[in-house]
Design a protein around this ligand. Structure first.
Ligand code: ATP
Length: 368
């Protein structure tokens, strides 16, 4: 993946970071346009935090280059390393990191005071930003008197009050309970949108990434697997790892038998003692003859009572769990279990015989 782009505001190129014998970040390149919200998403240990800390200047790096707003922040090849306090970056962490002995307003004012801003301007900026994060009424309270969600809003207010060039978030919502986390996702995105500060967000929570991001960068083992809008990552994963990490997918190993124009083709699956061919969309870089994986989201499998065009897959419902707006089914097809989400009107129950229909527009062949 190439990172150089004239419109890029943040440019990370060929970032490599070793910890002892471990390569925590392995040749990572990406860019972020001005004002965008980009999420680094991946499981624990995949190198997200290390990437973020490298941008903040809290880690040195072994190779690569980091530029923000056209300025080189880190470039070991040229001996450049801008100290963190010069980078003009706001950060929000999982731990709220606000000072317990100060009021909310004092906490938020602090970054402006150390810059020597005149008091009237500080007061006006602090009032504005507290209003923006919904804490105007709490200004005079001690930070410790706030709930977890309010403390995180205060931490956000402190990070944005000086209008930094860049905001970095490291799992800022993971200490909150689920309900509050869901609320805060939307709230945080609204605030970022309003202030328009370019943001890089780290999380292992796919739902958080889907809700908040303009673009998601999926990482695994120190490398980028895919980058795209939430919709692209969900609907057109490039490999089985991304298919499985974002949402739920039915994955079947196979071989590509034909690639036609327009990213379409056919995959052959050996199943139940038969060779079956499925028309499908084909992820970039896959050629005829390649091993591939058929990936189908449960909501894209139709379970019918009739055999439709006669090419449906005959199966038996093993489980049908009513979830209100849908029914979560498991359907046995030979030795494979399909995950299928059906409409409650279908009234499927355990033991029913069904026919599964795959729509070629929502059936994908991805890299293994
Ligand atoms: P998490 O969500 O758990 O923080 P992550 O994706 O952010 O995971 P990193 O924290 O970047 O992952 O860690 C990447 C790898 O680098 C891991 O194998 C980790 O053990 C290692 N690592 C991170 N920081 C250090 C450090 N200061 N010293 C040694 N190894 C480290």
């Amino acid at each position: 993946m190439t990172a150089t782009n004239a419109a890029a505001y943040v440019e990370v190129q060929g970032l490599v970071k070793w910890f002892g014998a471990d390569r925590a970040v392995d040749d990572v390149s990406f860019n972020v346009s001005k004002g965008n919200f980009v999420t680094l998403l991946g499981p624990s240990g995949c190198g997200k935090t290390t990437t973020l800390m490298s941008i903040a200047g809290l880690h040195s790096i072994d190779a690569g280059q980091i530029r923000v707003g056209g300025m080189i922040y880190t470039a070991p090849k040229n001996g450049i390393f801008m100290p963190p306090e010069k980078r003009d970056i706001g950060m929000v962490f999982q731990s709220y990191a606000i000072w317990p002995h100060m009021t909310v307003a004092q906490n938020v004012a602090y970054p402006l005071e150390i810059r020597g801003m005149p008091q009237p301007e500080i007061d006006s900026r602090v009032a504005d930003v507290l209003r923006l994060v919904g804490l105007a009424e709490m200004a005079a309270k001690l930070a410790t008197q706030l709930s977890g969600g309010q403390q995180q809003r205060a931490a956000l207010a402190r990070a944005i009050v000086s209008r930094p060039r860049l905001l970095l978030f490291d799992e800022p919502l993971s200490n909150l309970d689920l309900k509050l986390r869901e609320q805060m996702r939307v709230e945080l995105k609204r605030i970022q949108n309003e202030v328009g500060i370019t943001s890089i967000y780290v999380t292992h929570d796919q739902a958080e990434a889907l809700v908040m991001s303009d673009e998601i960068i999926v990482m695994s083992k120190g490398r980028i697997q895919q980058r795209g809008t939430p919709h692209e990552i969900y609907a057109r994963p490039v490999n089985a790892y991304v298919s499985n990490f974002i949402g739920v997918a039915n994955l079947l190993k196979g071989r590509i038998v034909a690639v036609n124009g327009g990213g379409r083709g056919k995959i052959e699956i050996a199943q139940n003692g038969k060779q079956l061919q499925f028309p499908c969309l084909i992820a970039a870089g896959i050629r005829a003859g390649d091993e591939a994986v058929l990936s189908v989201r449960p909501e894209n499998v139709q379970a019918r009572r009739d055999n439709g065009d006669g090419r449906c897959l005959e199966g038996e419902v093993l489980q049908a769990i009513f979830l209100g707006n849908c029914v979560d089914c498991r359907v046995r097809w030979g030795d494979f279990e399909w995950k299928v989400l059906t409409h409650p009107r279908g009234r499927l129950s355990k033991g029913d015989k069904v026919y599964l229909h795959l729509d070629p527009e929502h059936t994908l062949a991805v890299q293994p």
